[in-house]
Design a protein around this ligand. Structure first.
Ligand SMILES: Cc1cc2nc3c(=O)[nH]c(=O)nc-3n(C[C@H](O)[C@H](O)[C@H](O)COP(=O)(O)OP(=O)(O)OC[C@H]3O[C@@H](n4cnc5c(N)ncnc54)[C@H](O)[C@@H]3O)c2cc1C
Length: 403
């Protein structure tokens, strides 16, 4: 049955109402130069399966490209000042931001990537410290570091937060500012030439639109682009996250990136009984596309736990906890987002392919896309390095620090 509450038209239709769709909606609605109608269409109002809800929700400045570093610098300032942006009637959202830092370890003599990217990061204003082996051992005495030649740690500006809280805060504020959220799935796109005329929902509702933004994530971003006649190189890749408890002394642990590709970070506060952690890792050679949510426990048993216990001896004694699987919307070209107007279209916009770093990027991407939609150009941070043109022209923007 057709949803009688669905509006017949909107100036901007956003498909996908998780962190990215809601951030763009908020940034549009809060811009005094914009008076148009924004409609967000979300197929799963429980939000339980979207990446935004299943994320490790961490933020780092330790990227290797200028645009990603600048995006995260804005991201951390937004998160620190979230009450200025997303409070409603004086009530501030709570996102439990904890700036514990990321710790990258380098075991290869020379360690050129670490030192080169460190120079770029600090030149742009990121607060990242380089350690040699002895300084590292002093700072983190619970770490096995005999094989480490250099390390970099985010003294401030990096850490973790409540990702679900951030998504809900964007949604609530966008709604408060007049954005309409509709439960529904876009199953068809009407197009004449370079122009998208309307989206059609599963229940048959038709919403005519001035512009359409694809914020449909790993579960729907590529399929939605295909409905508009566009192929984007964005693939759903399963990632499993495991939690465990450790009684041993691993005080002030950062988010550790082991040279094996395994990562771990504290979750919640340390108590007299010890500390909860979560961990995960990069896939091996095989990383098939996947839309299923089954946890692969052998990853924890065979790969993540052994590599973490070798790095942090206190982890030899742990109690495994719950685990879950979610999906990266991986950009096959270069593991970077595809942002902005789709080439060859007048009014079809992309916010896809975040490749595992979309939650921290949502403030800057939301702000930038709202500027582009309202003014036709970025006004603050130039995001054109992440534009669709690089995909069409096959010019990857290589990011060295992928997790
Ligand atoms: C295990 C894991 C760990 C991660 N860790 C981090 C991290 O530490 N830091 C970080 O920054 N990022 C991390 N990420 C990545 C981050 O979570 C994502 O990049 C980000 O949440 C993407 O947000 P999104 O709104 O674009 O997509 P999603 O959150 O996937 O939302 C897309 C929405 O679109 C809806 N949708 C799809 N198709 C349609 C349709 N046709 N019609 C209507 N609605 C539709 C879906 O239901 C969904 O709600 C992680 C991701 C995973 C899976």
């Amino acid at each position: 049955m057709v949803d009688v509450n669905a509006p017949a038209s909107a100036d901007i239709v956003i498909v996908g109402g998780a962190v990215m769709g809601s951030s763009v909606a908020y940034h549009l609605a809060s811009n005094p130069n914009f008076k148009g109608r924004v409609v967000v269409i979300e197929k799963d109002p429980t939000y339980t399966k979207c990446a935004s809800a299943l994320s490790a929700a961490s933020i780092r400045q330790q990227f290797s490209t200028e645009v990603n570093i600048k995006i995260s610098l804005y991201g951390i300032s937004f998160l620190r000042n979230i009450s200025e942006h997303l409070s409603i009637d004086g009530e501030a959202p709570s996102i439990d931001l904890h700036e514990g830092g990321y710790l990258y370890l380098e075991t290869t003599p020379g360690a050129p990537v670490l030192t080169n990217t460190h120079q770029l990061q600090t030149a742009l204003g990121a607060d990242i410290v380089l350690y040699d082996q002895s300084a590292l051992k002093q700072k983190f005495p619970w770490l096995y570091a005999d094989d480490v030649v250099a390390a970099s740690w985010g003294r401030t500006g990096e850490g973790w937060f409540d990702g679900w809280g951030l998504m809900q805060a964007f949604r609530k504020k966008a709604r408060h500012l007049g954005v309409t959220f509709i439960d529904g799935e876009v199953v068809q796109i009407e197009r004449s030439g370079a122009r998208i005329e309307a989206v059609i929902l599963k229940d048959g509702s038709r919403i005519a639109c001035g512009a359409v933004l694809n914020a449909a994530g790993a579960s729907g971003g590529r399929a939605l682009a295909a409905l508009a006649g566009l192929d984007i190189p964005v693939h759903a890749k399963k990632r499993c996250v495991f939690s465990f408890h450790c009684k041993g002394d691993v005080t002030d642990a950062p988010l550790l990136i082991d040279p094996t590709g395994t990562w771990c970070r504290p979750e919640g506060k340390r108590t007299a009984e010890g500390q909860q952690f979560i961990c995960g890792g990069s896939p091996g050679e095989e990383d098939p596309d996947s839309q299923e949510f089954e946890v692969d426990w052998s990853l924890f048993e065979d790969i993540y736990w052994p590599s973490l216990a070798a790095r942090i001896p206190a982890f030899e004694q742990i109690k495994p906890g719950r685990a879950w699987a979610g999906h990266y919307d991986m950009c096959a070209l270069d593991h970077n987002a595809i942002i902005g107007r789709a080439m060859g279209y007048d009014n079809f916009y992309l916010a896809n392919g975040f490749s595992g770093h979309g939650l921290q990027q949502s403030p800057a991407i939301g702000r930038g896309l709202a500027e582009l939609l309202i003014h036709g150009a970025y006004q603050t941070l130039d995001l054109s390095a992440l534009g669709h043109a690089r995909v069409v022209e096959n010019k990857p923007l290589h990011e060295a620090n992928v997790i």
